[in-house]
Design a protein around this ligand. Structure first.
Ligand code: FES
Length: 154
């Protein structure tokens, strides 16, 4: 039996057919739609490298089933820049050295965009760190990441 997932990804209507209903949103994006910006770090909800927005809310795409995405709107790192310009959060990450090796960066940026959209970030660095605690950075670029989010929301 095949399962159809009809959803919007980065503003484009997509129809994907899968055989296995256990395929995660992360694998759906990476293996079926070839959107490899969301990274597979732990594949168990612990690192945040796979963060994307679903209907505007940030989620770990490794924990969501692809079949549950029918009729949703998914935004990945590939969809945030537009008109030849980076997203303001991307600009702020660059300006504040909010990255080192870059592996966690797509997830960090998607989480930051979600956080700012939620209006939850505030200006307190401790609060931002707490709200971003689901996104790990093995290089320890937390200071730059926090400063980037402070800058981007102003
Ligand atoms: Fe999803 Fe680590 S790959 S949280």
């Amino acid at each position: 039996m095949a399962y159809s997932i009809n959803f919007t990804v980065n503003g484009e209507r997509r129809l994907v057919e899968i055989e296995d209903p256990r395929v995660t949103l992360l694998d759906l994006l990476r293996n079926h739609l070839h959107l490899t910006g969301a990274k597979k770090g732990c594949d168990r909800g612990q690192c945040g490298a796979c963060t994307v927005l679903v209907n505007g809310r940030r989620i770990n795409s490794c924990l969501a089933l692809g079949v549950a995405m029918d009729n949703t709107e998914v935004l990945t790192i590939e969809g945030v820049a537009g008109d030849g310009r980076l997203h303001p959060v991307q600009e702020a990450f660059i300006a504040n050295d909010g990255l080192q090796c870059g592996f966690c960066t797509p997830g960090q940026i998607m989480s930051a965009i979600g956080l700012i959209n939620e209006g939850q970030a505030g200006d307190d660095p401790e609060r931002i760190r707490e709200c971003m605690s689901g996104n790990l950075c093995r290089c320890g670029a937390y200071l730059g990441i926090t400063q980037a989010i402070q800058e981007a929301q102003n």
